[in-house]
Design a protein around this ligand. Structure first.
Ligand code: GLY
Length: 383
């Protein structure tokens, strides 16, 4: 949707009354009061007027699934129309999840080493301080919705594998035998072809051969970086200052079956604190898991750092803790990219990455529509 049409559509959805700090939102006054959550449970909202904004990695800008809006525009327009902020974000990320041409997320995501699409997702609802996640989920195109259902219907945070699928089936989600598309299957076959089976004897070499085959396909332009580590992480704030976030992914392409990345793990792929802000991540999940970097970034913002400074500090932590030789390039720096998207209570955002190479932009949506911005790199050069 072009900017003029987006502004007109958003205005029709009540944008004019909801974008400014002076918005006449029922919760836009100081002090806590008791309200109903999205599923009816009472909670205390500490109000804070804000200017709505949604921030995500570039997938939130690029994928449209043949429709007029990308994920950011869908989430933003629903936020300003008064929807719950997490409901709005999940409606947004459903667009790339359902898009068969988006090979890093949901339906048509690149499969694991056995050719089976296994999906990870989590979400966090700032106002109720609740969260849900699924890991290694097969057969459901929209894992973000199952993650939200875990949050709403259980006392748990994370369901994995067969249990997550059974839970989804019990709640009426459609379970499909295979989430591959012709394209994701074609690329998996190409990856198999590039593997040297004679090197599968040693576990370490096998893992390295798998990574090398994938990276060679990246270099040859067969897959994009955002498909290899494919993820969308999307955070947003509404006019009342309520914050939520969602991260959803098909995970590392051709991963060892059962491998779970950072996306469904609270504090790693996503963290939200309604008093402070939110942070989410894409890129090499293992590096993020070792550092719980999204939690670190939110804690940095709690101590007064800007989103950019907080995210840069997170990147410095990842860099400092990357010491294995195989994970370092010839300059002794991390041989992978990782990105963080941070949003604070004032609606300020930042997108920062280890390097400015590969996927080098992130995206935001405000009253002016969605736009891409350059990621701010910690290090020069490339991984
Ligand atoms: N960051 C996505 C993954 O590593 O699975």
């Amino acid at each position: 949707m072009d900017r003029r049409n987006f502004v007109r559509t958003a205005a029709a959805a009540g944008l004019g009354a909801a974008t400014g700090a002076t918005a006449a939102h029922p919760a836009a006054h100081a002090g806590p009061h008791r309200v109903e959550s999205l599923d009816g449970a009472p909670y205390v909202r500490r109000s804070h007027a804000a200017r709505p904004i949604v921030v995500s990695d570039i997938t939130g800008y690029d994928a449209r699934n043949g429709g007029p809006m990308n994920a950011l525009e869908m989430a933003y327009s629903r936020i300003v129309a008064g929807d719950d902020v997490l409901d709005a974000l999940i409606a947004g990320v459903n667009i790339p999840e359902l898009d068969p041409e988006e090979t890093g997320v949901g339906f048509g995501g690149l499969p694991n080493g056995d050719g089976i699409v296994q999906l990870d997702a989590c979400c966090m609802h700032g106002p109720t301080r609740r969260a849900g996640g699924v890991a290694a989920l097969e057969g459901v195109r929209t894992p973000s919705r199952v993650a939200q259902a875990v949050m709403q219907h259980t006392d748990h945070h994370l369901l994995a594998g067969r249990g997550a699928q059974d839970f989804a089936r019990q709640l009426g989600f459609t379970i499909e035998a295979d989430l591959n598309t012709a394209e994701s299957r074609r690329l998996w076959l190409e990856w198999k072809r590039r593997l040297d089976s004679s090197r599968w004897l040693d576990p370490a070499e096998r893992a390295q051969a798998s990574l090398d085959a994938g990276l060679s396909m990246l270099r040859d332009g067969l897959i994009a970086e955002h498909s290899f580590w494919g993820t969308i992480s999307c955070n947003g704030i509404n006019a009342a200052g309520d914050i939520a976030g969602v991260t959803t992914t098909s995970g590392l392409a051709w991963k060892i079956p059962g491998r779970v990345g950072d996306s469904p793990i609270l504090g790693a792929g996503l963290y939200v604190d309604n008093d402070v802000g939110a942070a989410g991540s894409t890129g090499r999940g293992e590096a993020n898991l070792y550092n719980l970097t999204s939690f670190l970034i939110v804690e940095n913002m709690r101590r007064g750092m800007s989103p950019k400074d907080a995210a840069m500090d997170g990147l410095r932590r990842v860099r400092a803790n990357t010491v294995e030789r195989r994970l370092l390039n010839d300059r002794g720096e991390p041989a992978f990219n990782i990105r963080f998207f941070a949003l604070n209570k004032q609606g300020e955002v930042a997108g920062c990455s280890m390097y400015a190479t590969g996927e080098s932009q992130y995206a935001v949506c405000t009253a002016n529509g969605s736009e891409v911005r350059p990621l701010e790199p910690l290090l020069s050069g490339s991984d």
